[in-house]
Design a binder for this molecule. Structure first.
Ligand code: NAP
Length: 253
């Protein structure tokens, strides 16, 4: 049985907690966070503390706090024997100042209240020692069948790629939503298109899957779209993305 302590009470902490509660051979010994109210969502099923000076002993400490606070939270674990791992895609291993350091990065978007199934989520593990790596691998396999050893440099690039395919895309969904709402149309009308766009790249490359006025270089349609936009930022984004798409497909036009 592996014992773990989760540090942090936000989106990822809650999802990890729910997943590990269901995992065989893993015991969530404690959740530690500075926010008493947020801790209450864990307190029925597990011991909790808002004092970083009273962290329980465990085999693995998973730090799921905002990236800028990882070093500070890790500094409370200097004397612990277990593996101390952060969960960020963007931060290197070296931010943790102990020999038994590691990374446990689940490559997915997590928001409280939106359940996800961990089984297929890639979990990227890294550690300084072989022993710590094996421990993190075992822990990751208890909730996912998609576990990878990925070093800090690769992980930072992977996170960058994830920002493009998820964070930026989601922001663009928001622009689509506001255009619909301004016209009294429901965003629901766009949802089958959003699903098909994501489904299509499971079978085709993004380049093969690209459609739209910029891909075809339909200049009149693009001019008409620009006429309909009022927001300067949306106009800039439309032009920038259309130029990038045109450049990528210019040899086919
Ligand atoms: N959400 C995702 O999709 C996702 C995916 C993969 C990896 N991650 C990684 O998971 C980590 C947490 O992200 P999240 O999305 O769960 O963030 P979040 O929901 O914003 O939660 C952040 C947590 O950090 C705590 N915190 C902030 N500053 C702190 C400090 N100085 N000392 C102690 N605790 C502090 C917050 O406590 P308060 O409530 O008191 O502010 C909160 O519990 C990050 O490293 C992120 O890169 C997130």
């Amino acid at each position: 049985m592996l014992s773990i302590v989760i540090l942090g009470t936000g989106n990822l902490a809650k999802h990890l907690f729910d997943a590990f509660l269901k995992a065989e051979d893993v015991h969530v010994a404690q959740v530690v966070g500075r926010n008493k109210e947020a801790l209450s969502q864990f307190s029925e099923q597990c011991s909790v503390s808002n004092d970083f000076g009273t962290i329980a002993d465990a085999d693995v400490y998973l730090i799921a706090v905002k990236d800028d606070a990882i070093a500070e939270v890790a500094s409370h674990l200097l004397t612990k024997k277990g593996v101390v791992a952060h969960t960020s895609g963007a931060i290197g291993l070296e931010v943790i100042q102990t020999d038994n350091k590691g990374v446990f990065y689940p490559l997915q978007t997590f928001t409280k209240g939106k359940p996800v199934s961990f089984q297929s989520i890639p979990i990227c593990v890294e550690a300084e020692s072989k022993q710590s790596l094996e421990l993190l691998r075992t822990l990751a396999r208890s909730i996912s069948e998609n576990v990878h050893h990925i070093d800090s440099e690769q992980r930072k690039k992977l996170h960058l790629a994830a920002v493009f395919v998820n964070n930026f895309t989601n922001y663009l969904y928001g622009i689509g939503e506001s255009i619909c709402l301004d016209e009294g149309l429901t965003f629901d009308l766009l949802k089958p298109l959003i699903l098909e766009t994501a489904e299509k790249v499971q079978h085709l490359t993004p380049k093969e899957a690209q459609t739209g006025p910029a891909r075809r270089n339909d200049s009149e349609s693009m001019e008409a779209h620009l006429e309909l936009l009022n927001d300067e930022q949306h106009i800039t984004l439309y032009k920038l993305l259309s130029q990038a798409i045109k450049k990528r497909h210019e040899e086919e036009l």
